[in-house]
Design a protein around this ligand. Structure first.
Ligand code: HEC
Length: 188
């Protein structure tokens, strides 16, 4: 019944059909826009949550002992060697990944992939480094944690310039005594 009546009015309503196709298209676009932007939001949420997770990995892997909480190379006075300033590091993701997983042979930077020197994933076969060249073993960092750590370093450490009070309170907590030394850095 409904089909018959549509057929009956079809010839006369071509123009209005066209405009209704048009309005269907418009309403479809309007309908999907919120999904497009919510997809973007989800991506932002994922990356900000992986940055948070990366910060936790930075803390629990003891990077701060040598590199300082801010990554500025001002680690614990008793930490070995002069740790690199990660804020001014220009290494890209591939190079960061390599150095965190494999450490620096003959250097102080430890390796954080527990199998780094068990096979040749670091470009050196097992047993081919002398005892002196073999880096120290740091905390093991799982691949997903490493991704998060990279997100943290690349977004919140590299290129961050001088250390601020706000960054310090974000790292420790609001009111932390660890940040008193930076208090004069706050805007009035
Ligand atoms: C025992 C001290 C120590 C610890 C712990 C440590 N590092 Fe290092 N790191 C160093 C030193 C020292 C260097 C400079 C290279 C060398 O002498 O081995 C370095 C170099 C680096 C570099 C290279 C930077 C550049 O631009 O050349 C990166 C990136 C890095 N460390 C990240 C980390 C991260 C992330 C962690 C924690 C998972 C960490 N380090 C833990 C001492 C340490």
């Amino acid at each position: 019944m409904a089909i018959i009546s549509i057929k009956a009015i079809l010839p006369q309503t071509t123009a209005s059909m066209q405009s209704s196709v048009f309005s269907v298209a418009i309403s479809f676009l309007l309908f999907i826009i919120p999904f497009i932007s919510s997809a973007e939001n989800t991506q932002q949420e994922i990356s900000s949550s992986s940055i948070e997770r990366g910060l936790a990995v930075y803390k629990k892997s003891e990077c701060a002992f040598c590199h300082g909480w801010a990554g500025d190379g001002q680690g614990h006075p008793r930490s070995p060697g002069a740790a690199a300033n990660l804020r001014s590091s220009v290494l890209d993701k591939v190079a960061l990944t390599q150095i965190i997983r494999c450490g620096v042979p003959g250097g102080v930077m430890p390796y954080h992939d527990r199998l780094a020197y068990r096979d040749n994933r670091c470009g050196v076969g097992a047993g081919s480094l002398s005892e002196k060249q073999l880096p120290q073993q740091g905390k093991n960092i799982k691949p997903a944690d490493l991704d998060a750590l990279l997100a943290y370093i690349m977004s919140s450490v590299q290129g961050m310039g001088s250390v601020t009070f706000a960054q310090c309170e974000k790292y420790f907590k609001t009111g932390s005594r660890n940040c008193l030394y930076l208090q004069s850095n706050t805007a009035p």
